[in-house]
Design a protein around this ligand. Structure first.
Ligand code: GDP
Ligand code: MG
Length: 297
């Protein structure tokens, strides 16, 4: 007799930069959630749909929870992370191998309060040549804390992901698949297109990136097999423009090319992408501007 199919929601919780989006992409098998070495890359809640022969996992990728809540943007990001705990069947608490910080303890406490089973995922184990060096760390973290399971993994290298999937599916209720087998996210192609431009911004601008830069997709048109996309990069000050545009427009061109390549791969179609940079003062602390740029719950 074959085991029954299982399906349900899994929240992926943890500090910024521990590798939550990398794991979601690895399990889904496509780059739907953007990744960068910078904290605060993920701003929106996003569902990654990962279908396996034994079950289907709906992974809720979240922005990390932030201590500072002064700006409307940070408040939005915290709401998105906390809201992810509603109606999930399990939660992943992702931490970085060798590091347990106060924010990890806060996330653990919030998860325990919600009452869902918590799977501890210790990511980035590839950074440890000698894996036995991790054992005392894991023993310390799990002492006096309760986890449904503990999985050391490398989301980046795909190590340990299969065992983690097995554990997660085991925690899901028996259910028919909740989404079609070929679906990979609840977000539109238009949304994903904007995120791919933002990912390029974050990766190519490094530390000089204006924290508040965002992307709006002004045009998203199908033209036969071709997608015609127009993207606006919004910044808060005129003085930030040269940073985004670069000498002779080189940087904006590189951002645009990088984003187009990502879109063509994700959408499986040719893309014609135009990208502009415009100024709107103070948008990141302006609730109506936030809504216009897609930051609403
Ligand atoms: P998030 O903020 O938790 O969503 O983290 P991201 O998925 O955006 O990853 C943050 C950074 O950590 C990126 O530079 C990733 O490439 C890197 N990263 C993610 N997983 C691993 C891993 O398993 N090993 C290593 N060495 N780096 C990783
Ligand atoms: Mg992320």
């Amino acid at each position: 007799m074959t085991a029954p199919f299982r399906a349900g929601l899994v929240a992926v919780i943890g500090r910024p930069n521990v590798g939550k989006s990398t794991l979601v992409n690895a399990l889904v098998g496509a780059r739907i959630s953007i990744v960068s070495p910078k904290a605060q890359t993920t701003r929106h809640r996003l569902l990654g749909i990962a279908t396996f022969p034994e079950g289907q996992l709906l992974l809720v990728d979240t922005p990390g929870i932030h201590g500072k809540q002064k700006k409307a943007m940070n408040r939005y990001m915290n709401r998105a992370a906390r809201g992810a705990l509603v109606d999930v069947q399990a939660a992943i608490l992702m931490i970085e191998a060798g590091r347990w910080l106060e924010d990890d303890a806060l996330a653990y406490a919030a998860l325990k309060e919600s009452g869902v089973p918590v799977v501890l995922v210790v990511n980035k184990v590839d950074k440890f040549a000698d894996k036995t060096a991790l054992l005392p760390f894991i023993a310390e973290v799990t002492r006096e804390r309760e986890f449904a399971a503990v999985h050391p993994i490398s989301a980046l290298k795909g190590k340990g992901n299969d065992a983690l999937v097995k554990t997660l599916i085991g925690l899901m209720p028996e259910s028919e698949p909740l989404y079609g087998e070929d679906e990979i996210t609840d977000r539109s192609e238009r949304f994903l297109a904007g995120e791919l431009v933002r990912e390029q911004l974050m990766t190519r601008l490094g530390e000089e990136l204006p924290y508040s830069a965002t992307v709006e997709i002004e045009k998203f048109e199908e033209d036969g097999q071709l997608l015609r996309i127009g993207a606006v990069i919004w910044i808060e000050r005129e003085s930030q423009k040269p940073i985004v545009i670069g000498k002779g427009g080189e940087r904006l061109k590189a951002i645009s090319t990088g984003a187009r390549v990502g879109m063509e791969k994700l959408f499986g179609r040719k893309v014609f992408l135009e990208t502009w940079c415009r100024v709107r003062e103070g948008w990141s602390d302006d609730e109506s501007a936030l809504r216009r740029f897609g930051y609403s719950d």
